[in-house]
Design a protein around this ligand. Structure first.
Ligand SMILES: [Ca+2]
Ligand SMILES: [Ca+2]
Length: 274
């Protein structure tokens, strides 16, 4: 009798859920399919080519594994593409503020993708360990610097205690000229092997662009499928991989480990070249 009652209550909910799945979204949110396209994969996050991929929704949550905790529940829309030479990821999320400045009490928006480097090794979904992870970190402060030509922080270094910065100060300072960051990408290519081990790679391989429009960030990440850097994740058509996500909202004082995260690896399936 109790079973019948539960069925009566749950059945309408089941059909309601079917109706509520937005048209055009993949209904299997557990796998991110990297669709094959013959087109160039643009770093412009509003380029038509991104319509060749079907988005899925990943529910991020607040980071509550290690101090400093932070972040919030945040659904993000994710899609992926490859053309046999390059691979691209596009993510979009709601954010009521475009935070591109870093000062003593202002923090930047950002988003990061994380991949295991060796799929055969056990690799923790949060910053890796014991296996290495390759992290692609799109930074709204660098995007703002590229878009707006704003001054950067060579006069106030670091901008606030605990701010993540490339560990080798000289590597960073070499890239500053006249108070402006000399960069061609707002995406930083990083490697980590557990909390507190994040390091900028010597060889930067990831292009990208983030655009803020109508209360949302949309950020594209593009890289060759294969690089000659041992600290990069390598991809090939037909393979399975894994990905994890982080998002920072500067206005919510997010920085470093205070961020919204996906709680486990998301399976990735790279479509074979047709
Ligand atoms: Ca923000
Ligand atoms: Ca690299």
């Amino acid at each position: 009798m109790r079973y019948v009652r539960i069925t009566i209550v749950l059945l309408p909910l089941f059909f309601l859920a079917l109706v509520l799945v937005p048209i055009g979204y993949s209904q299997d949110s557990s796998i991110l399919k990297i669709a094959y396209t013959q087109k160039d994969i643009a770093t412009d996050p509003f380029a038509d080519v991104w319509n060749d991929a079907t988005p899925i929704i990943i529910e991020l949550t607040d980071q509550e594994i290690t101090e400093p905790f932070g972040g919030k529940h945040l659904p993000i829309e994710v899609r992926g593409l490859h053309n046999g030479k390059s691979i691209g990821f596009l993510i979009e999320w709601a954010d009521s503020t475009r935070d591109t400045k870093v000062t003593g009490n202002a923090f930047t928006d950002g988003a990061a993708l994380q991949f295991p480097i060796n799929l055969k090794e056990e690799t923790d979904p949060f910053m890796g360990g014991p296996g290495l992870v390759n992290i692609w970190f799109w930074r709204a402060d660098w995007q703002g610097d590229l878009d707006d030509g704003t001054e950067y922080l060579d006069t106030k270094y670091p901008p606030y205690p605990g701010y993540y910065f490339p560990q080798d100060k000289q590597v960073f300072l070499k890239e500053i000229k006249g108070g402006r960051l000399i960069k061609d990408s707002p995406v930083e290519d990083l490697v980590a092997q557990g909390f507190g081990t994040l390091e900028r790679q010597k060889q930067q391989d990831v292009a990208g662009k983030g655009v803020y429009e109508k209360g949302k960030w949309r950020a594209a990440f593009v890289r060759p499928l294969v690089t000659n850097d041992q600290l990069d994740t390598q991809f090939k058509p037909g393979m399975d991989s894994k990905i994890n996500f982080s998002v920072w909202d500067g206005a919510d004082k997010n920085r470093d480990g205070e961020k919204s995260v996906s709680i486990d690896w998301v399976d990735v399936k790279i479509e074979d070249t047709k």
